[in-house]
Design a protein around this ligand. Sequence first.
Ligand SMILES: [Zn+2]
Length: 255
Amino acid sequence: MFPPAPLDPEALERAARLLADAHSVVAFTGAGMSVESGIPDFRSDDGLWRRFPPEHYATIEVFHQNPDRVWTLLRAMGELVKHAVPNDGHRALAAMEAEGMLKAVITQNIDGLHTKAGSQQVLELHGTWRGLHCSLCFHVDPGGEALPDHTPICPRCGGPMKPPIVLFNEDLPQVVVTRAWSLAAEADLMLVIGTSLAVWPASDLPDVAAGNGAALVEVNDRPGALRYRQAVELGGAVAHVLPRLLERARSFRQP
Ligand SMILES: [Zn+2]
């Protein structure tokens, strides 16, 4: 691993000024948000995809053919999620919302940490690890055992169940997608945090925001995923950068 890029004080000033002055701010988060919470990026060298290649363990087709195999991945993922706790970055976003600086968090993460940190408006594009959901009849068991020994079976139709997280080739939750895209289109600032924009269609969201005139601020240990020259890049770990961004934006908002 390379060390994170240093935080540029001038970029922090510009980003904080944008945050303090904007009227409709959304945060868009990815795997980098939760690394300091103990969940390595699934795509990294120590990530889950190295042990469980997605094409063999994480597609909806494999789940229909061989749910037990997908559950070997789900158990490993569930162990990571179970032990993870929100970091200072999650808490800073929750505080921004509570103080009226942030409208919503749109996340690609399935770990539920934004909600645990206190964020109210959280749109989980790839679903979340909460309860169980039948892949055939869509029956939902909200209190379903998170880490069962065997593939849980739907009491209604006998189909295999899994947490309502989105597998590869599975449709994104449409209500969430519609709301996320409209928030991005209405935003005048999007904070793009801890994502390398590798997963489509979520990766289109900054374009939707920028195409409608929003400013973009990228927070990442190695920024550079955005294609916009005017984007403000804040290098550094999210748990370090976001509290500083919040603190500086607060100072600009004081009367
Ligand atoms: Zn069912």
